[in-house]
Design a binder for this molecule. Structure first.
Ligand code: HEC
Length: 156
């Protein structure tokens, strides 16, 4: 029974890849995502910035001014998987999954609507799944499921 469920999930994921982009499976952090983050985000989220854990220790006021570090794969994934589960997707969503209101980092994805849409699609294809859920449910945001976590590919 468990095995059947797992196989179903695998085939669903494979279909998503095929539909979203022919090259989605080949997207990697090293070739595709890191350069985009370097160009658009590291000015505020680079190696000189506090890590997520350090950033959480700052006051609300300091946190509003300083962005946390996300220039390497491991730092970046802490805003996708854990501990800041879904923070990346909540901040970068174009509004589609946020009742029409884009996340406040969406604007930095590019200089034009076209570039922002392209980079958002690339990120979502690379992740293999795009959901805004938290680790633990809070307010109207549900907690992430094991199946949703397993659907994230994000090749290094
Ligand atoms: C001009 C500076 C600036 C740029 C450019 C910028 N950010 Fe941010 N970012 C911030 C600041 C400051 C915060 C903290 C304040 C806040 O939460 O909004 C932040 C917060 C975030 C958070 C929330 C982290 C958490 O755990 O709550 C994410 C995710 C994020 N940024 C992603 C990005 C991405 C991805 C890019 C590039 C596409 C980007 N940002 C570009 C300044 C920036």
């Amino acid at each position: 029974m468990l095995k059947t469920a797992k196989m179903l999930l695998v085939s669903t994921t494979a279909t998503v890849f095929t539909l979203s982009s022919a090259t989605a499976e080949e997207l990697t952090w090293r070739n595709d995502i890191e350069p985009m983050i370097a160009a658009n985000c590291v000015v505020c989220h680079g190696a000189d910035k506090p890590t997520y854990r350090e950033w959480r220790l700052l006051s609300d006021e300091e946190r509003a001014r300083v962005g946390p570090r996300m220039d390497t794969y491991d730092h970046f994934m802490s805003y996708v998987i854990w501990p800041a589960t879904g923070a990346m997707q909540r901040r970068l969503d174009d509004g589609t999954n946020r009742g029409g209101e884009p996340g406040n980092m969406f604007v930095y994805l590019g200089k034009t609507d076209e570039e922002r849409a392209e980079n958002l699609k690339m990120l979502s294809d690379w992740l293999g799944a795009w959901n805004l859920n938290r680790w633990t449910a809070r307010d109207d945001v549900p907690g992430i499921s094991k199946e949703q976590l397993e659907a994230i590919s994000a090749k290094f």
